[in-house]
Design a protein around this ligand. Sequence first.
Ligand SMILES: Cc1cc2nc3c(=O)[nH]c(=O)nc-3n(C[C@H](O)[C@H](O)[C@H](O)COP(=O)(O)OP(=O)(O)OC[C@H]3O[C@@H](n4cnc5c(N)ncnc54)[C@H](O)[C@@H]3O)c2cc1C
Length: 469
Amino acid sequence: VTERVLVLGADGAGMSAAHQALRVAARTGRRLEVVVLERSGHTSYSACGLPYWLAGDVASGDALVARTAAEHRERGIDLRLGAEAVGIDLDRRRVSVRYVDGAAGDEPFDQLVVATGSRAAVPPWALAADGRPVPGVRALRTLDDGAAWLATLEGAAGRQPRTGVVAGGGYIGLETAEAFLRRGLDTTLVTRGEVMGSLDPDMGARVRQELVKAGVTVLHGSEVDGVDVGAGGAVAAVLAGAHRIPADVVALGLGAVPNSGIAAEAGLAVGSFGGLLPDARQQVADGVWAAGDCCESTERHGGRRVYVPLGTHANKQGRVAGENLAGGDVRFAGVLGTAITGFAAGGVHVEIGRTGPTLAQAAEVAADLVSLVTESSTSAGYMPQSSPIAVKVLADRRSRRLIGMQIVGGPGSGKRIDTAAAAIWGGMTVDDVAAMDLSYAPPFSPVFDPVQIACRRTADLLDGDSAGR
Ligand SMILES: Cc1cc2nc3c(=O)[nH]c(=O)nc-3n(C[C@H](O)[C@H](O)[C@H](O)COP(=O)(O)OP(=O)(O)OC[C@H]3O[C@@H](n4cnc5c(N)ncnc54)[C@H](O)[C@@H]3O)c2cc1C
């Protein structure tokens, strides 16, 4: 018999699941028919590359497409674009579909993968009276958003934007601010707390200082609460408390919201972040799987539910779902919250890496923590490329285990976070990290890698503490 697998959503999570299911089925001789429904006209593109497309690093939107619809179909997937799932009936095992041409249909399934992803948060102030976004105000979420932004920035609307406001100081806000600045816009970033709220505020402040050096006006501790609209109906200014900031364009970088609506209406549970709650095999009900941005994840250590909508997890979770639905037995190993971003414009180049909880997050579950910021350099001090790097270590006082790390520094800083992620993944202590065999040559690192220096200093601090007790 041939089993019918229906996948909802044709981006990272959905297509990873579809391909892995077919691979495993080919290996085990199982017969699967895989149908993927995608409501947009696009599949398998890198949303992560959108800011770099706007900035001018990427030649075209097509370059961001990892695999075309034709390539998916050649590999045996029945991919249907312009097909929106509008209802799931788990008992009858059918999904109702609305096609872009207005037609409606009903698709049966033996197994279902929900990979409907997320959408950008859009606050009420961004909407005009007709419920549509105020012209000039837009998120950067999809390939269509990217194309629309590019047209706007290139003056397609008959006016060349000169001033841009970015609402939100997270990584998408930061990357969009870079694109604006590199396009010559007078750029203001407005953010509720400190810049990069996924870092401790002292580390976020270091990022803010770099943005200011590059020429970005940063309003931190401020929230956009309205816009002024000009004579033509397009945005003219952003209102944030007492501030009125002239704005020809406004980018929304206010976070992601899981597209879990139709799954929740079908009776599948959602968590406190609004995401689906798969088990470690990415299963949410009998023969029903979920992966990617529509799901909450589980922290690797501690097991808390978190919402970390990142492509790196979407692809891995999709693969796990696809493998298991085809008869395999693998698990998603959890998240640490490892992430990297940067800002390079206006003569500034800052890289940011983070893994594990922030100090505030860790303090909720662990009583006895030590944290220390260590400043060093990215390469031997006598090399021309040597630049400052700050490494914040978070460790458990009793076990001396590394709990978290945050890095802010010049070129070559960001990816160093992966050393810390690997160490935390394996449960290593700060002493272990300080003693590890890491690489060294003057252009790349001081004799001791900055991550090791920071862990060594933290270990010293812990020794001093215990000596003093
Ligand atoms: C600007 C930007 C930069 C980013 N940078 C990074 C980065 O550097 N690193 C990183 O790890 N992550 C990054 N991300 C996040 C990453 O893009 C997402 O985590 C990833 O795309 C999630 O994949 P997904 O398949 O779960 O969901 P999505 O990409 O959201 O795909 C879901 C798909 O489902 C479709 N869909 C939704 N509802 C339905 C329905 N009812 N019926 C049919 N189809 C439906 C949607 O149209 C969409 O195509 C970035 C995101 C953005 C927006």
